[in-house]
Design a protein around this ligand. Sequence first.
Ligand SMILES: O=C([O-])CC(=O)C(=O)O
Ligand SMILES: [Mg+2]
Length: 561
Amino acid sequence: MSNKPSLYTYYAGPALLETPLLNKGSAFTKEERIAFNLIGLLPPRYETIEQQMERAYMQYSSFGEPINKHIYLRNIQDKNETLFYRLVQQHLEEMLPIIYTPTVGDACEKFSAIYRSARGIFVSYNEREYIDDILRSVTKSKVKVIVVTDGERVLGLGDQGVGGMGISIGKLSLYTACGGISPAYTLPVTLDVGTNNEKLLNDPVYMGSKHKRITGEEYEQFIDAFMKAVKRRWPEAMVQFEDFAQPNAMPILKRYRDTYCCFNDDIQGTASVTVGSLLAACRSKGVALSSQKVVFVGAGSAGCGIAEQVIQQMVVEGLDEATARSQIYMVDRFGLLTEGMPDLRDFQDALVQKKSAVSDWSYSGDYASLRDVMNCAKPDILIGVSGVPGLFTEAVISAMKKHCELPIIFPLSNPSRQVEATPEQVIKWTEGKVIIATGSPFKPVTYKGKSYPIAQCNNSYIFPGIGLGVIAVKARLISDEMLRAASETLAAASPLANTGQGGLLPPLSDLSGLSKQIAFEVAKIAMAQGLALEISDDELKQRIEKNFWKPEYRSYKRISR
Ligand SMILES: O=C([O-])CC(=O)C(=O)O
Ligand SMILES: [Mg+2]
């Protein structure tokens, strides 16, 4: 039982059992059952949370398929949040891949088919005139973190329409389990703007609006209406944009980042964790990131976002910007982004290679292919954010290996089945001489009798800590410097960089401790930049500790409404 003071509530009887933030199920004491009209509504045994967890874990283990485990856990979450988080915390390594990537991808794809009960809010374009009413219907008066998606690019799985709700829920589960944000302060949101996924449009059980996605001005105005409504209802809430498609992700971020406390997880969160992982990899190699040549496969907003953050880091390390840019090679489906290439997006313009830089390369097509880049640029680092499985072929990896003794290879596309190459393949093709990280979780690989742990370079290392830090000092905006502080903190926690052994990143089971450190450093930068309250380091530490929610039952006292 928590040593926090009692909680006063007027909920009682079945309504109390149906309120997941308050429900304790069989753990209600006899006194509480009498006081709250629960006596007889529960089997007559009084259990501890440990006893409840034992039963839940037994039931969980009886499911074979990950998606069924996911459904089971989500069901507990919708019945009793304290029990859900306690269980997840107890079995974190095992359950993260079930509540989050990769299984959350299946849950998004099958959202309507496996739908059980409501969580979060659906703001539908067709119901836009009620937007304030929708937010008012949320009984949480202090929402502090919102994850919002429009479901157009869910992981590497494309348009999932309202199924995107799965990812908003999954991200927020991690905010609580690993970042200590009380579930009473979180809100998953899906903006239903239609879907272009024919399968969903033709699916009789699909639960979203059955029309093509709205676009252009209609879309922009709708997003704007949502952001303004959020500001009216919860002026201090942090908004995380998640899994928006490329043409919308960057413009939305640009539009709101200077006036709202918000960030885009796929652009900035992924960039922050990748730079942190690259710093750790370079330190373990004994080189500076600024000395490395980096190839990106996938030149969308995520890839370009990471590239820009890598360039910023190289500049911090002392390179001039032009030199830093010359060391970055962006490859997409048409080949290497090169000066003069048609149809470049605005955020790609600054990331093209100069014609003069490739003029003495030999290649056959209009633009250099990935293999050409490997042969001619001789990179040290290869990053995959393409969403296309299998792009890192043996020929590509072998070409890289020819010029680089210890390549750094990050196939980051999610979920597991979208990965550019499996860790097993990469380790085999490089004969184990490689530093590797993936976006989805993979088991350690055994090669020639040696076990290689596979770091999961996933934005989940970053966002819970950012949220915790932002809340601790009520940050008004999220700056690039705050994100870089998160990268540095992650890199500093790398077992491999610090000891020459173990994983490139600390295990995800250490995430709570790491999130507190990230929160501290992020909040300090926010204060230094005048973007937040100003408090002492001691007070900041105390606030982070105090805000860190623990899944423990509190005692209740009944009040009248
Ligand atoms: O959700 C994840 O695992 C990482 C992420 O943001 C994405 O792939 O879109
Ligand atoms: Mg994402």
